[in-house]
Design a protein around this ligand. Structure first.
Ligand SMILES: [Zn+2]
Ligand SMILES: [Zn+2]
Length: 109
């Protein structure tokens, strides 16, 4: 037990990585749904396994809480950069575990 790292909690360390496997896992496991007039692309981060989500388009900031989200228009993105934005602390001042990838020809709607 002499190898205790500086970060507690057993989270994997923050590291900026972009790997093809990560991209493939994102493309196959992430799903989308309408969110505040935009699209939310979400799923478990293949690297750290925490839930992460990316908002695509311009989300409407609603002053009042309404239960019906406006349906955003369908969109096909030739290229979308997805990065892990999980809420876990993988390193001081960082959001997510650092994994990111470009996915291509993603369709929403
Ligand atoms: Zn994470
Ligand atoms: Zn992650």
């Amino acid at each position: 037990m002499s190898h205790e790292g500086p970060s507690a909690g057993g989270e994997i360390p923050y590291q900026q990585v972009s790997e093809q496997d990560w991209g493939r896992a994102v493309a196959s496991s992430f799903r989308y749904r309408p969110a505040y007039g935009a699209w939310m692309y979400f799923g478990p981060c293949p690297r750290c396994r925490h839930d992460t989500a990316t908002i695509v388009g311009e989300a409407i900031i609603m002053r009042d809480i309404v239960h019906a989200d406006p349906q955003p228009a369908a969109v096909v993105l030739p290229k979308l950069t997805v990065r892990c934005q999980c809420s876990h602390q993988h390193g001081a001042g960082n959001t997510g575990c650092g994994a990111y990838v470009n996915v291509y020809n993603v369709r929403f709607g």
